[in-house]
Design a protein around this ligand. Structure first.
Ligand SMILES: [Zn+2]
Length: 350
């Protein structure tokens, strides 16, 4: 990275720290982000002094378009929902929003945790790989089921034969499964690249500015509830231990458990397979059963599948399994009835 980029990076980060601090009601966190803003500005001064031909110190700094966009979203949604976008803009201290899953030095040092804010259920990349994959699988099965129930009933509603229904169902299964897999691959891969890039930045900073990194760590520990003296001692110890330092910076500054960087191929494979399983349920009867009976069996199998897959989602929400099952059945049933009706209308006119 050239000095001009580094300078702009620090200034944009400082701007975002101030926005986060402004939006943050919790006093310890607010103070942390104010301190980190001042540190980033001090770091920017270093870059400014070191690089000849850099921006004139007197000229005012304008945050980049991207920084202003992230700032706007932080103001609307709050910093906790924007942790990935903030980390990507070199904003540190995100572990304060991950108290529940945080496994940094602070937990072993026995400081009082911040007001607990559990990880959002939707952020499956932050969970352990197996938990994230299982969750993705259950929701993938649901997607496949609803999507192919709608497709198959729509085609059946038009009054076509079983061969056409089978063809449409297979095409729907493949198109949906590839689409899900591609989406998941890109999502996990881009997140992974972002974190790898940020971890590399931390590695470089650790080598060049170990004292500043120790400082940053200590400030975050304090925001987690450690007293100042202990925070400084713990941070100093960790920075002096090269084996632990980068791992701890990743956990504390980026709010990431290094083992949680999932494989994009695994994520894509799980999504593909899960969608295909769900999409097979309404489709399979047409493979084995002839005549009108195939549609009736498909509807019955789909109803059982929708209820079961819906009930399984309650594993991740902690809500009633029966209610979750009935809700999914209602949603899938409505989608199927609607496409069947629309298929019927189109079938008459074709
Ligand atoms: Zn750092």
């Amino acid at each position: 990275m050239n000095p001009k980029e580094s300078l702009d990076g620090e200034l944009n980060a400082a701007f975002l720290y101030r926005v986060v601090a402004e939006r943050e009601p919790e006093p310890r966190r607010k103070r942390l982000f104010e301190e980190l803003a001042r540190d980033a500005e001090a770091q920017a001064e270093l870059w400014r002094g070191g690089g000849a031909g850099l921006a004139d110190p007197a000229s005012p700094f304008h945050p980049s378009f991207r920084a202003r966009l992230v700032a706007l979203m932080v103001r609307i949604f709050g910093p906790r929902r924007m942790t990935h976008a903030l980390t990507a803009m070199k904003v540190r201290g995100m572990s304060v929003y991950r108290s529940a899953g945080y496994r940094g030095a602070i937990t072993t040092a026995g400081a009082s945790a911040l007001p607990s804010e559990h990880d959002e259920v939707g952020e499956h990349h932050q969970e352990g790989l197996s938990a994230g994959s299982l969750r993705a699988a259950v929701f993938g099965i649901n997607d496949g089921l609803i999507s192919n129930v709608g497709l198959i009933l729509g085609v059946a509603g038009a009054g076509t034969g079983n061969a056409t229904i089978l063809l449409a169902g297979v095409a729907g299964l493949l198109a949906g499964a590839f689409s899900m897999a591609a989406g998941e691959y890109i999502s996990v891969r881009s997140q992974r690249e972002m974190y790898e890039h940020q971890i590399n930045l931390e590695r470089a900073e650790l080598a060049e500015y170990p004292e500043e990194e120790a400082d940053e760590l200590a400030q975050i520990y304090e925001a987690h509830g450690m007293d100042r003296a202990q925070a400084r001692a713990t941070a100093g110890q960790i920075i002096n231990d090269p084996k632990r330092a980068l791992d701890e910076l990743t956990r504390t500054e980026l709010g990431l458990n290094p083992g949680d960087l999932g494989s994009p191929w695994v994520a894509a494979g799980v999504s593909f397979f899960a969608f295909a399983v769900g999409a097979t349920i309404p489709l399979a009867p047409f493979l084995f059963i002839a005549g009108d009976r195939a549609l009736n069996v498909a509807i019955a199998a789909s109803a059982i599948g929708l209820f079961s897959a819906g009930a399984a989602t309650s594993l991740f929400t902690g809500r009633s399994a029966v209610r979750a099952g009935l809700r999914m059945l209602a949603i899938g049933g409505a989608a199927g009835a609607l496409t069947y009706g629309i298929g019927g209308l189109l079938g008459v006119n074709l």
